[in-house]
Design a protein around this ligand. Structure first.
Ligand code: NAD
Length: 379
């Protein structure tokens, strides 16, 4: 079983799919690993460390045709798919729900693909949960960005020149990224409050020393069987927004992380709510890539709205590439253990994790959303 790791081509991407520590484990488990020269450099992993771990360093043109498995961070380009042999396996962030049509070459070339976004969030698959790994990094970094832009300090300080009050941070969405943002802001000494439509998140918020904002949503079901938020009715959304607007007006920093898988992110901070904030306040919108939670967010840009800074970063994990790659690499290594039978590729499509993450199997069994985008009848 040959695993190939290409250098990521996307602008601003500094992560790498496998780090040397994982290569060593995979080689010990019977796999051969080929890494494109320079693939780990910007994440802090030089070629020499990969070679010591047992990988061969290769050029892209030689690497891909040999591969049984292509392990990547971002979805490869169409010309990369064209270099793979039929039945080769692609594993990575393939965006099957957001950009399903881009997976056409996987089907037409009869490849097998697993999207890490679709790995079921079950106890058995916890070590493979790349969404959580990346959300952890993003939540941490969002707070550091906010702290660097805020014209105030985060901790309360008692100095000879008097007392400096702590920053007030509001976190919207208390999933994995939100909880890490809360923990990071608390470590910096801020006073933190948070809101999530899932009442179950309240316990986690409180355990991190933050206040959970309760909203009466009239007893509607807000969480699906997978633990994700459901898309809310306009009325329920509005109730959340009204409360959020009041708290945003007295916050120095707002970090927004509210998302609903496969759908546009809900609007949490309206124009009016942003306008009620003080100049100098900072908003970091982690949902920028799916439409944004904030009225004035521009994806990938920093906006100065009457002195209020609104950041819409698109790929924060890539700005902490060392640890982001290490966590992702461990997730992939756990996942690949499911298809590695003593060094030979073996895919059991009855395995619930493989079935859940599968986008296409040898060109068939195409994920419904991808099939619909490609105009195929669903298998
Ligand atoms: P996500 O990125 O899809 O969304 C982030 C948060 O936004 C979620 O907490 C969601 O409830 C919240 N949200 C969505 N719409 C909202 C709205 N209108 N108002 C306020 N908040 C809103 O979520 P995620 O961080 O990937 O995690 C979602 C859930 O999955 C959580 O319950 C988490 O604990 C659970 N989870 C389980 C496992 C596991 O069991 N292995 C692993 C990771 C996460």
């Amino acid at each position: 079983m040959r695993i190939a790791v290409p250098r990521e081509k996307q602008a601003g991407e500094a992560r790498v799919a496998l780090v040397p520590e994982s290569v060593k484990k995979l080689v010990a488990a019977g796999a051969e690993v080929g890494i494109e020269a320079g693939a780990g450099l910007h994440a802090g992993f030089p070629d020499a460390e990969y070679q010591t771990a047992g990988a061969s360093m290769m050029g892209r043109a030689d690497l891909l045709p040999e591969a049984d498995i292509l392990a990547c961070v971002n979805r490869p380009e169409p010309d990369d798919f064209a270099r793979l042999k039929p039945s080769a396996v692609v594993i990575g962030f393939l965006k099957p729900l957001d950009e399903p049509a881009a997976l056409g070459p996987i089907v037409s070339r009869k490849l097998t693909a697993f999207a890490v976004e679709l790995v079921p969030r079950t106890t058995r698959a916890q070590s493979m949960d790349a969404l959580s790994s990346m959300a952890t990094v993003a939540g941490y970094k969002a707070v550091l960005l906010a702290a660097a832009r805020l014209p105030r300090m985060f901790p309360m300080l008692m100095t000879a020149a008097g007392t400096v009050p702590p920053a007030k941070v509001l976190v919207l969405g208390a999933g994995v990224a939100g909880l890490q943002a809360i923990a990071t802001a608390r470590r910096l000494g801020a006073v933190v409050e948070a809101y999530d439509v899932r009442a179950a998140a309240g316990q986690d918020v409180k355990s991190l020393g933050a206040k959970f904002l309760e909203v009466d949503l009239g007893g509607i079901e807000t969480q699906d069987a997978g633990g994700y938020a459901k898309e809310l009715s306009p009325e329920a959304l509005q109730r959340g927004r009204d409360m959020v607007a009041k708290r945003a007006a007295v916050s120095d920093v707002v970090i927004t992380t509210a998302q609903v898988p496969g759908r546009k992110a809900p609007l949490m901070l309206t124009e009016e709510a942003v306008n009620s904030m003080r100049p100098g306040s900072v908003i970091v919108d982690l949902a920028a890539s799916t439409g944004g939670n904030v009225a004035f967010t521009k994806a990938g840009e920093d906006v100065d709205h009457n002195g209020i800074t609104i950041l819409g970063p698109l790929n924060l994990p890539a700005t902490v590439p060392g640890h982001a790659s290490q966590l992702y690499s461990r997730n992939l290594t756990s996942f690949m253990a499911l298809i590695n039978d003593k060094g030979a590729l073996k895919i059991d499509m009855n395995d619930d994790i493989l079935k859940g993450a599968c986008v296409a199997y040898q060109g068939g069994s195409v994920h419904p959303k991808v099939a619909a985008a490609l105009g195929l009848s669903v298998a």
